[in-house]
Design a binder for this molecule. Structure first.
Ligand code: AAL
Length: 431
């Protein structure tokens, strides 16, 4: 440990010279005069560009990793603000009605459209073992894909079913869920998870199906084929292809998806990319898959020359916004907080094959713990943000969300943790 005197000496010297000053030099006088390095203090005004001087790794990263030296100047940094939606009924939140996993929002016929998983069942979900033909295993079991329209994005008018469960034994007869939409050459294509057994029977395994329509109001025609096949045995996406999410990029269909792998109970979630020139496929998976090492539901949008991704939960890089100029090699561009789960943004240039994406400012997402787990159901919600080149909203660029103490206390210790702490205290006392 450095002595108080040596600390004083060090601080006296700092600003003039940076001198190696540690217990070694204190104990025995150096044979040669101590090596000194020219010390250039970091400037008071945070430089916009990386200054030409030795920098710590953290400061190198501040300039190389993020899109600007201050988050408020980083186009891919934002806060998220949430608004309760009007127009949806949830049966007093008793768990018998759920709306979740919204698609991206599109604007057609003078209004916004969103598609989502809709479940209306006699009970709330009861797990795979207790599930029957009418009792759901999971919140997205025994579900259909419904849609709603809106003039302002806050008040929605539910239009009813877009894609029903097909009759047995067709693919998806148990449940269709987690849809997302593509507009390609004037027609509409819906990609979604098609379950032929209750989710949870053998994991959350399902393939991706597709239906098409001439209008966003349907009618939708199912192709009754698996459009994104699972990977070969013992590969990361051998069981599940979830959250199919198409965009138009480089003149092609870039469809991102999530898989969960590495086995129960601690599934790993990562995201992959499959590319096609026809909405019905074939889709060629990126040889680099997974292209995102984190994230649960998929949320991407064209940004500048490339693709930006909201990497929401799960994995080392959860709560980050990432960017890949080629749509495949993503880097962290910003660290954010309170991200929208299962976000489906309004992306004006999602299907225009833009060569300079403008970004997003709002969309719908979901809260899955709408009330209690006994009444397990989800609600749709609106989020707003500033991830747009065309908007500059300083209130969206702040760096801290203030939560009241009760938000923290609700993340309290569990019984087992209290027991561990009690044991640790006892061990110390008995030492
Ligand atoms: C969601 C999505 C997929 C999963 C389940 C319903 O958050 O990742 O849709 O299958 O959970």
């Amino acid at each position: 440990m450095k002595s108080y005197k040596s600390l004083l000496l060090c601080s006296a010297l700092s600003g003039l010279l940076f001198t190696a000053c540690n217990s070694e030099t204190e104990k025995k006088a150096p044979t040669e005069s101590p090596k000194t390095t020219e010390y250039k203090p970091f400037p008071f005004k945070l430089p916009k560009e990386k200054p030409a001087q030795p920098l710590s790794r953290a400061m190198e990263r501040n300039y190389d990793t993020y899109k600007a030296s201050r988050p408020e100047d980083n186009e891919l940094y934002t806060q998220f603000k949430y608004t309760e939606l009007k127009g949806f009924d949830y049966n007093n939140h008793d768990g018998t009605i759920s709306r979740r996993d919204p698609s991206k929002v599109i604007f057609e016929n003078g209004k916004y459209y969103v598609y989502y998983t809709y479940r209306e069942t006699e009970t709330s979900p009861k797990g795979a073992k207790a599930s029957t033909e009418t009792i759901p295993s999971a919140d997205w079991d025994l579900a259909e894909i419904w849609y709603a329209t809106s003039e302002d994005g806050f008040t929605w008018e539910e239009q009813g079913v877009a894609i029903p469960r097909p009759p047995k034994p067709q693919l998806g007869h148990r449940s269709v869920s987690t849809a997302d939409i593509l507009k390609w050459n004037g027609k509409f294509y819906m990609y979604y998870q098609g379950f032929s057994e209750a989710s949870g029977t053998r994991g959350d395994d399902c393939p991706v199906l597709m239906s098409y329509a001439d209008s966003p109001d349907g009618p939708w025609t199912p192709t009754n084929k698996v459009v994104i096949p699972n990977g070969p045995k013992d590969t990361w996406d051998q069981y599940s292809i979830h959250d199919p999410y198409p965009l138009v990029h480089n003149g092609k269909i870039y469809l991102y998806y999530k898989s969960d792998f590495d086995g129960q109970p601690d599934l790993v979630r990562m995201q992959g990319l499959a590319i096609a020139t026809d909405p019905a496929g074939p889709f060629t998976k990126s040889p680099l898959n997974p292209v995102l090492a984190s994230g649960h539901e998929t949320t991407m949008f064209p940004f500048k020359e490339g693709i930006a991704a909201l990497t929401i939960r799960d994995g080392n890089e959860h709560y980050t916004v990432q960017y890949a100029e080629d749509g495949e090699n993503f880097d962290v561009a910003a660290i954010v907080e309170l991200m929208p789960a299962a976000a489906g943004p309004f992306i004006p240039d999602a299907f225009t094959d833009t060569d300079y994406g403008r970004g997003i400012t709002w969309g719908l997402s979901h809260f899955t713990n709408a009330t209690t787990w006994a009444q397990n159901h989800a609600v749709l919600v609106r989020f707003d943000c500033d991830l747009s080149l065309d908007v500059n909203d300083p209130a969206m660029k702040k760096h801290h969300v203030y939560h009241r103490p009760d938000v923290y206390y609700r993340q309290g210790l569990g019984q087992k943790q209290r027991e561990r702490i009690a044991k640790e205290n006892e061990a110390l006392r008995n030492k």
